[in-house]
Design a protein around this ligand. Structure first.
Ligand code: FMN
Length: 213
């Protein structure tokens, strides 16, 4: 299947149900390779990718179970309910045969950290579009597991690294649904507004008008 960029953007859907079939290594490599082509300022290549395939997913699923158990016990829920919900939470992480944890190095000043986080999000979108082109389903998640310091520890990430996504990957159990999106909110600055905006620059910067009242 060959999709244009526009076709892949629109065909990509969040997939939660997968066939158990493993994904050929070559396809996983293609998805990983696409990450590196995202724009990244100063070519910091801030992304760190960790692939968990088949049984390698188990430690992360067990961590999810343990974190969920701790959260629910702290809320005072009955032990049987805690175990059932914790098991369900762990099982959800095992629906796709491949998980790719996409983390981002967070070093330097605030600008660099923001740019590197943004670049890593763009890398994830490259991965999802590549998966779509290759006939694979994908699911970008974050949530409590992504922000838990225990996840960084378990996966050998630095405590300062931020997990931008946990990407699920595999063959979809059903054809991808079609999507619907409203157009994005857009404001075009019109030529007539330009003089007024230029006149505001001094006030915006210095808290006063450029021409004395
Ligand atoms: C950063 C991020 C985190 C997400 N986390 C979840 C999640 O925890 N659970 C979930 O069901 N979907 C999650 N999603 C997927 C969105 O819900 C999904 O993209 C949205 O419903 C639109 O559907 P589509 O991807 O099929 O177009 C996440 C998406 C992003 C970008």
């Amino acid at each position: 299947m060959t999709l244009s960029v526009q076709e892949a953007i629109r065909a990509r859907r969040t997939v939660k149900d997968y066939r158990p079939d493993p994904v050929p290594r070559q396809l996983v490599e293609a998805v990983l390779g696409a990450a590196a082509w995202a724009p990244n300022h100063h070519l910091t290549q801030p992304w760190r990718l960790i692939v968990l395939e088949g049984p390698a997913r188990t430690p992360l699923a067990e961590l999810r179970r343990a974190l969920k158990r701790r959260e629910l016990l702290a809320k005072g829920l009955p032990p049987a309910q805690v175990e059932a919900e914790a098991a369900e939470s762990a099982a959800k992480l095992l629906r796709a045969p491949v998980l790719i944890v996409v983390a981002c190095q967070q070093v330097g000043d605030e600008i660099q950290r923001q740019e590197d986080f943004s670049a890593t999000a763009a890398a994830i979108q490259n991965m999802l579009l590549t998966a779509t082109e290759l006939g694979l389903g994908s699911f970008w998640t974050s949530g409590p597991l992504a922000i838990a310091p225990e996840t960084n520890t378990l996966l050998g990430l630095s405590p300062s690294d931020r997990i931008v996504g946990i990407v699920h990957l595999g063959y979809p159990a059903a054809p991808l649904r079609s999507g619907q999106r409203p157009p994005p909110p857009v404001r075009w600055i019109t030529p007539i507004e330009v003089p007024k905006l230029v006149a505001q620059v001094e006030r915006v910067v210095n808290g006063r008008t450029s021409t004395p009242a």
